[in-house]
Design a protein around this ligand. Structure first.
Ligand code: ATP
Ligand code: MG
Length: 546
């Protein structure tokens, strides 16, 4: 990553270092309640990026305080995805590593008269919290004595009460204009098995209490989070100001990455997976990192995306085309191959059994990728799109009586269109021009078009998946996203691929004229090739940011 990135966070870090701070320690703090998505990559590239640039370190810290929603599967997937993006972490650490310390700090708040056990129901707490315009009403339990609070809190921990019977609340200000400061809940009772601490605990700390303390204990110098936590910052500071901890990180907020035609939340993805709307967290249509990897996105493309969007406080949805632009740029280097998605048989009536094998470079600009051979025989497949019986003006591909060049091969001329009883075209009978071989063409013919093709005798059948947007709305949200799912987001074709592509150990290819494709990481087998289209070849999109 270039060291000259500039944004308000990096400027702030430079100032802090110039002012004598000792170093940079950041953290990436996901909750293990789902797979990471491309939005997270903004936070990952920022937290790991600044630590790299300023010689610091970054903790991967799991914020695992909701046992019912969290699991080892998610813990593992998150490490896989962060490593795949190309980053090394300190740890990993877990909020649950600090459950003892957190509990100790909660008792400290009670002893200082700064927290109390409240026995209102969750509903009553919500109703007495007030609104943006009206202050809240103090809980009748707000003035419980310290000894009683300590006793009740210890008994909460000991498992004497059912879920919801009591909570521990901070004693701050029920009239605060900031609703988050109206005696927020710090601990709740949950008789649930935790994926790491098992049944050791039946009380679990809330995010706002946990996060700032973990940051302080790990010596995080810059706690970078997204804008929705701005209103929580006073609480972050209040907790650290009211316990005996000698380090107080600053919380700094930046805007989330949002993308058009995409929702960006683990919770919503969980509903897509659980509802069977996609095949799993790694469905190639999902904007999860696992899905994008399977789709053929590269770590470099995602890092490039994050570099281009930068880090600001302004909220906006970026265009989906920017993702495609970034991955296309990176895949430009991929070897080229040929595939036919919708085959039309071409029979060469003048074919000589001893026609030569053809040789083609894997990439015209990258000779280091080498060459491959392809066979040429009597029956070929071309894409149905590349032939028209009554072509519009300026049509440059094959027509009755017309000619076209087969990429890397010969010129063919269409003599006859064979149809079945229903009138559908089943075969073209063509002649090839033996002196027109690519690279040594002496035919003097100048066909207008070049099309891709495969040799029917040696081509390998392959499932080829083409994708469209998962949602039809530019701004899907949590309320409507299931209603605006695109029913045509996956088109599965049974096509043909040149055999050298299947034999190659490369995974990503440009299929000429069709786009960039990747061998499917899950379902691909040489005997049963499956390709996913990462992105179509080109469009007119120009990014606004260089
Ligand atoms: P989700 O709703 O998808 O679960 P989250 O914000 O609850 O998202 P966390 O697991 O808590 O997810 O996120 C870990 C870190 O990633 C947090 O610091 C969070 O601010 C950041 N993050 C999450 N989504 C985005 C996004 N779209 N853009 C930038 N950062 C994000
Ligand atoms: Mg969350």
């Amino acid at each position: 990553m270039p060291a000259d990135l500039r944004d308000f966070i990096r400027d702030r870090i430079r100032r802090d270092l110039d002012g004598g701070s000792a170093g940079v320690v950041t953290r990436f703090p996901p909750e293990p309640n789902g797979y990471l998505h491309v939005g997270h990559s903004k936070s990952i590239c920022l937290n790991f990026g600044v630590a790299q640039e300023f010689g610091g370190k970054t903790y991967l810290r799991y914020d695992d305080t909701n046992p019912e929603k969290e699991s080892e599967e998610f813990v593992e997937s998150i490490q896989r995805d962060v490593a795949w993006l190309g980053f090394d972490w300190e740890g990993p650490t877990f909020a649950s590593d600090y459950f003892d310390e957190l509990y100790g700090f909660a008792e400290q708040l009670i002893e200082r008269g700064k927290a109390y056990v409240c026995s209102l129901t969750a509903d009553e707490i919500r109703k007495t919290r007030g609104t943006l315009t009206e202050p809240g009403t103090p809980s009748p339990y707000r003035d419980r004595g310290i000894a009683e609070n300590l006793d009740l809190f210890r008994r909460m921990r000991a498992g004497e009460f059912a879920d919801g019977e009591h909570v521990l609340r901070a004693r701050i200000d029920m009239a605060s204009p900031n609703v988050n400061m109206r005696d927020p809940v710090l601990y709740r009772i949950r008789h649930a098995t935790h994926h790491r601490t098992g049944d050791d605990w039946c009380i679990y700390p809330m995010y706002d209490f946990t996060h700032c303390i973990c940051d302080a204990l790990e010596g995080i110098t810059h706690s970078l989070c997204t804008l929705e936590f701005e209103d929580h910052r006073p609480l972050y500071d209040w907790v650290l100001d009211n316990i005996a901890v000698n380090f107080h990180p600053p919380q700094i907020e930046f805007s989330r990455l949002e993308v058009e035609y995409v929702v960006m939340s683990k919770r919503l993805f969980a509903a897509l997976v659980d509802g069977g709307h996609v095949t799993g967290w790694d469905d190639p249509r999902m904007p999860t990192l696992a899905g994008m990897r399977r789709r053929g996105y590269t770590p470099a493309a995602i890092r490039e995306l994050c570099r281009r969007i930068g880090v600001t406080k302004s909220e906006n949805r970026i265009e989906y085309e920017l993702l495609e632009f970034c991955v296309r740029r990176d895949l430009e280097r991929a070897p080229r191959g040929m595939a036919v998605l919708d085959p039309l048989r071409v029979v060469l009536t003048n074919f000589q059994p001893d026609a030569e094998t053809l040789t083609a470079a894997w990439h015209p600009q990258h000779p280091d990728l080498g060459v491959r051979e392809m066979t040429f025989s009597e029956v070929l497949y071309i894409d149905r799109d590349d032939f028209m019986e009554t072509p519009p003006p300026k049509y440059r591909r094959l027509t009755p009586g017309g000619m076209v060049r087969l990429r890397y091969g010969y010129i063919i001329i269409c003599d006859e269109v064979v149809k079945d009883a229903s009138g559908a075209i089943v075969e073209l009978r063509c002649r090839y021009v033996p002196e027109s071989k690519s690279g040594s063409d002496t035919s003097g013919l100048k066909p207008k078009g070049v099309i891709h093709w495969v040799d029917a005798e040696t081509a390998r059948p392959a499932s080829i998946h083409l994708y469209e947007r998962l949602f039809t709305e530019a701004n899907p949200n949590s309320a409507n996203y299931l209603d605006v799912l695109n029913p045509d987001s996956l088109r599965a074709m049974e096509g043909w691929v040149e055999p050298a592509v299947v034999a190659s150990d490369q995974r990503a290819f440009q299929f000429e004229r069709l786009g960039y494709f990747v061998k499917d990481a899950v379902d691909y087998a040489p005997a049963r090739p499956v390709f996913n289209r990462t992105v179509a070849l080109r469009d007119s999109y120009k990014p606004k940011v260089p």
